[in-house]
Design a protein. Structure first.
Length: 616
C-alpha cells in the first residue's frame, strides 16, 4: 500500500508546504517519497514497496509517450496478464511493478477501458498532461480510499481525508449536518460524501474526471453489479466452481517481493484463505491473535486448524490492559472520523502482524458475498410483513407478537423493509432528535433502497448487495486505517473481481433449502476438516465498549466530550446530548453504548486535528 497527494491549480502550494501535507500519509508508504510537477500540477507519493523493492519501482510514473502522469495506491493483481495481452515487452519496462505496466496501458486505452480491465484493490490518479484532465479511479469494491476537494482555484486529491481538509484552499470546513447524522448513526462517512462541504470520496467502481479548462467534474461507473444465478447454492458443482475460482484468486494475490502471511482466526473465511494460500506457498505463516479471555479467545481452535493444514503458525497474545493502553495511539492515527470500536484491537493486531510480514491476506468479504450474517435469516423471515401497510401492521402485530415474541419491534413502527435494514445499522439512541430536522443523504437512502421483492431470493440478493455497498465499506475503512497506520498491506481475496462475479452467479437457498449462513463455504471446508472439527459458531472479537466507557475510559470521555465544546454543536440538540450521556453513565439501558463511543471518537478526531480546543 501507499499514499499520495496531488493538486492542480494555477496557484500551487510552495513545494515545502505541499510536502508537509504529503508527510501526513508517510506511514502508508515509509520506503520512498516521490515528487513530480509540471507547473500546474504537483503530485507526491509515499511508497510501501511490495513488488520490485528497488528504486526502479518508485512513483510517480510517466507513460512512455509522456502524456500521462500516474500514481497507484494498492495492487493490480492481473498486471502480468495485462502486460501479455497488450504486448508490453519486458525490455520496455524498467521495473517489475504493476504501476509501470499500467503506465504503458494508458497509452493504449481510453480511461474507461483502462479502468474496466483492472482487477485488484486500488486508488489511482492519472493526470493527462495534453488534455489537462485529472482522472481519479477507485477499485470496484471500495477497498482503498480516495478523497478530493474542490475549490475556486482547482482540485486537491489524496489518500487521506486530513490531507484535503488541511490544505489551505480546502480549509473553510463547513460541516454538513446530514452527514454528521450519518456518522453518528453508522460510525463512518459513506461515499461519496464527507462531513465537510466541497470534499468528497470517489465511490467504489467509479471514475471521477476533472477538467482544468472548464473546472467541471464528470463521473462514471466502470463497474456494474450484475447477477445471473445459473448456479444453485447447494449444488456440489457450485462448490467445485468455488474451489476453481478461489485457487486462481489466491494464486494471483500471493505475489510479493516482501514477506507475506495470512490472518488465521477460528472462522470459516480466514481458514479458507490460509488453506488455499498454503497450497501456493507451503512455507507461508499464519498469524493468530489471542486474548486471555475464554469467551473471546480463538487461538486454541485456530491452532487446531493450523496443525491440520500443516501451516506454520505465529500466535501473538494480549490482555485487556494491552488493548486499553493503545487506545490513544489508535485515535492519533484517525485521519477521518471513524466510530467502530473494533478499530482498537484491529490497530493492535496489525501492529503485531507487521513484525512478521509486510503483506497479509484477510478473510474480509466472505460474510457479505456468501450470506454469512445470521441477521440475514431474521430479515428474510420477517420481510413479508412489510408488504402490509403500516397502519394495518400496527393493529395486528401486537397480537402476533404474543404468539411469536421474536417478531421485530420495528414491524409496527417502520414503514418499509429497506428502512428497517437501514435502522438495524443505526447505533445511536434518539438520533433523529439529537440532530433534529435533518434527513439522511440521498446517497445513503439509495444504497438501502429496495422498491419491491417477490421472493426470498430477491431479499437475499438485495441483502448481499446492500451489505457490500454499506456495512462492508465500514469494515474496509477500519482495516485500511489501522493497517496503514502500521505500514502493513492487507489484501482481501474474497473481494477479487472474479470471485465477486462468481458469487453473483449463485442462486441463494438460505431459508429455503437450509438455515445455515455461508452454506457453500462451510461445505467446501469439509475438504480439509471433518464436520465435527469445523467451528460453526465463530466467537469474534467483541469490544466491551459499555464497560470501558463507564469505567476505564470514563475520565477521558468527560475530558474529551463533556468538558470541551462539542464539534458541530450548532447542529445538535444540547438537551438530548446531555440526557443521553447522563442516562448512560447512570447505568440506564435505554442508551446504545456504541452511540456514546461515536461521540467519543468524533471528539477525539476533532481534537487531534485541532478543529476544537481541548483542555491543556
Amino acid at each position: 500500500m501507499c499514499g499520495f497527494l496531488g493538486e492542480i491549480s494555477n496557484f500551487l502550494l510552495p513545494k515545502s508546504r505541499f510536502l508537509e501535507l504529503l508527510d501526513l500519509s508517510k506511514k502508508r508508504g515509509p520506503d520512498q517519497q516521490g515528487y513530480w510537477m509540471d507547473g500546474m500540477c504537483q503530485i507526491g507519493f509515499n511508497r510501501l514497496a511490495i513488488l520490485d523493492v528497488s528504486q526502479n519501482g518508485n512513483q510517480p510514473v510517466l507513460s512512455p509517450s509522456g502524456r500521462f502522469a500516474l500514481v497507484l495506491n494498492g495492487e493490480v493483481y492481473n498486471y502480468k496478464e495485462l502486460q501479455k495481452n497488450h504486448s508490453i515487452s519486458d525490455s520496455h519496462l524498467r521495473s517489475g511493478t504493476d504501476t509501470e505496466v499500467l503506465a504503458h496501458l494508458l497509452d493504449q486505452c481510453s480511461i474507461f477501458d483502462f479502468s474496466a480491465k483492472l482487477n485488484g484493490m486500488f486508488a489511482i490518479a492519472v493526470w493527462d498532461i495534453v488534455e489537462k484532465k485529472l482522472h481519479l479511479i477507485r477499485d470496484f469494491a471500495g477497498i482503498k480510499p480516495l478523497f478530493f476537494g474542490l475549490h475556486t482555484n482547482g482540485i486537491v486529491f489524496a489518500s487521506q481525508f486530513n490531507q484535503i481538509f488541511k490544505h489551505p484552499d480546502c480549509n473553510s470546513l463547513k460541516l454538513r449536518p446530514e452527514i454528521m447524522k450519518e456518522f453518528f448513526g453508522l460510525g463512518y462517512m459513506h461515499a461519496p460524501n464527507t462531513v465537510f462541504e466541497n470534499i468528497f470520496q470517489v465511490e467504489a467502481g467509479q471514475i471521477v474526471s476533472w477538467n482544468l479548462h472548464t473546472q467541471t467534474i464528470t463521473k462514471s461507473f466502470y463497474y456494474k453489479w450484475e447477477t445471473s444465478l445459473e448456479n444453485d447454492e447447494t449444488d456440489l458443482k457450485t462448490v467445485q466452481l468455488f474451489e476453481t475460482n478461489f485457487q486462481k484468486v489466491i494464486a494471483s494475490q500471493i505475489r510479493a517481493d516482501v514477506p507475506i502471511g495470512t490472518f488465521l482466526s477460528s472462522g470459516i473465511d480466514s481458514t479458507l484463505v490460509t488453506a488455499f494460500a498454503q497450497r501456493e506457498v507451503p512455507e507461508i505463516k499464519a498469524f493468530t491473535f489471542g486474548i486471555n479471555d475464554e469467551k473471546l479467545d480463538e487461538s486454541e481452535k485456530a491452532a487446531q486448524y493450523a496443525k491440520k493444514l500443516r501451516v506454520k503458525q505465529v500466535v501473538e497474545t494480549c490482555n485487556e490492559k494491552d488493548i486499553l493502553a493503545i487506545i490513544d495511539a489508535h485515535f492519533n492515527e484517525m485521519s477521518e472520523p471513524f466510530g467502530d470500536a473494533s478499530s482498537v484491537p484491529t490497530y493492535l493486531i496489525t501492529k503485531k502482524a507487521k513484525t512478521h510480514a509486510t503483506v497479509m491476506l484477510s478473510g474480509d468479504g466472505g460474510d457479505e458475498l456468501f450470506w454469512g450474517y445470521p441477521r440475514f435469516i431474521k430479515s428474510v423471515q420477517q420481510a413479508f410483513w412489510f408488504k402490509l401497510p403500516l397502519w394495518f401492521r400496527k393493529l395486528i402485530i401486537p397480537f402476533f407478537r404474543r404468539i411469536n415474541p421474536k417478531l421485530s419491534s420495528a414491524l409496527d413502527v417502520i414503514n418499509t423493509f429497506s428502512n428497517w435494514i437501514l435502522y438495524k445499522q443505526i447505533h445511536f439512541s434518539h438520533l433523529d432528535i439529537f440532530i433534529p430536522n435533518q434527513s439522511f443523504s440521498e446517497e445513503i437512502l439509495s444504497t438501502y433502497n429496495l422498491t419491491n421483492f417477490n421472493s426470498k431470493s430477491d431479499i437475499l440478493l438485495y441483502l448481499k448487495q446492500n451489505e457490500f455497498n454499506a456495512h462492508l465499506q465500514r469494515v474496509l475503512k477500519k482495516v485500511d486505517l489501522m493497517s496503514m497506520a502500521n505500514s502493513l498491506e492487507v489484501r482481501v481475496p474474497f473481494l477479487d473481481k472474479d470471485l465477486i462475479k462468481f458469487s453473483n452467479t449463485i442462486n441463494p437457498q438460505l431459508c429455503n433449502k437450509h438455515q445455515q449462513p455461508k452454506w457453500l463455504l462451510k461445505r467446501y471446508l469439509r475438504t480439509f476438516f471433518d464436520q465435527s472439527e469445523i467451528n460453526l459458531e465463530k466467537k469474534g472479537f467483541s469490544v466491551p465498549v459499555e464497560k470501558w466507557l463507564r469505567n476505564e475510559l470514563k475520565t477521558d470521555f468527560f475530558k474529551t466530550v463533556i468538558d470541551v465544546p462539542f464539534y458541530g454543536q450548532e447542529f445538535i440538540d444540547q438537551k438530548v446530548f446531555l440526557q443521553n450521556t447522563t442516562d448512560f453513565f447512570d447505568g440506564k439501558n435505554n442508551i446504545n453504548s456504541w452511540g456514546i463511543w461515536h461521540m467519543y471518537a468524533w471528539q477525539k478526531w476533532a481534537l487531534n486535528n485541532e478543529l476544537i480546543n481541548g483542555i491543556k
